[in-house]
Design a protein around this ligand. Structure first.
Ligand SMILES: Nc1ncnc2c1ncn2[C@@H]1O[C@H](COP(=O)(O)OP(=O)(O)OP(=O)(O)O)[C@@H](O)[C@H]1O
Ligand SMILES: [Mg+2]
Length: 236
């Protein structure tokens, strides 16, 4: 299947400090792709660079066959790519419904059907429409953050550690939701995960990054069965 995202050898970072030191990667329109790797290796910086939040020094980013290198986040969102950061991704003092309205802030059409779709994926949220988002559990807040991004009908979702801090049963639930979104909403997924094994289990492919560079890539199964990766990154 055709690529929705193609990244050619990008370097990126803060000020003049290079954190991402040459990463290439691609995601097909129907794929779930995971990025794993040690702490501080630049995984979050890499996602931010794709979304225009961090300066790209060299290399190119193609989204849906268009070169988007150097575009700002608001320009990238308009092209139907959404980014869900690890933290601070909801408005705690607003209700669930108001948060979903915020997710649709750039839309000028009637998005009520879309809200119902999000409640369909996360039925739990529909029971709490008028509850303040800050009163939800950590896992529910993460689901809401993803729900907000779905208000824009993304072709590609960038997820930074969607299962971080969740209880083990919620991690499974989150992975199931990610599969559901990929299948039903037809959104390609590129996610960074610490729960590497569980992420690779639902991923078509994965990339292992280390010190800002590509180390390994392969299908989810190949990476799960690779002994070196198991020892270094999967806690075996
Ligand atoms: N806003 C920033 N300004 C300057 N340096 C930063 C900034 N954010 C992160 N860094 C540095 O960039 C490096 C990579 O950080 P990054 O958060 O991208 O790693 P990561 O792979 O996502 O780590 P983790 O697994 O802990 O989430 C670190 O050395 C960090 O200190
Ligand atoms: Mg990170």
């Amino acid at each position: 299947m055709e690529s929705i995202l193609k990244i050619e050898n990008i370097a990126a970072g803060y000020g003049r400090v290079e954190i991402v030191k040459g990463i290439s990667l691609h995601v097909s329109k129907d794929e779930i792709v995971s990025i794993i790797g040690p702490n501080g290796t630049g995984k979050s910086t890499f996602l931010k660079a794709i979304f225009g939040l961090v300066k790209v020094f060299t290399g190119n980013i193609f989204f849906d066959n268009e070169d988007i290198t150097g575009l700002k986040p608001h320009q990238i969102v308009k092209r139907s790519m959404c980014y869900v950061p690890q933290d601070n991704n909801i408005f705690p003092s607003l209700t669930i419904k108001e948060n979903l309205d915020m997710g649709a802030f750039v839309r000028h059409d009637d998005y009520s059907k879309n809200i119902e779709e999000v409640y369909g994926i996360f039925p739990l949220l529909s029971g709490f429409k008028n509850k303040k988002a800050g009163e939800l559990s950590g896992g529910q807040q993460k689901m809401l953050a993803i729900g907000m991004s779905l208000m824009l009908k993304p072709k590609l979702l960038l997820l930074d550690e969607p299962s971080a801090g969740l209880a083990p049963n919620m991690v499974d639930e989150m992975m199931k939701k990610i599969e559901l979104i990929n299948r039903e909403e037809k959104a390609a997924i590129l996610m960074v995960e610490q729960n590497a094994k569980r992420a690779l289990k639902i991923s078509n492919r994965g990339y292992v990054l280390s010190m800002g560079k590509n180390m390994y890539e392969g299908t989810g199964e190949e990476l799960l069965n690779n002994k070196d990766i198991g020892k270094l990154y999967l806690g075996e």
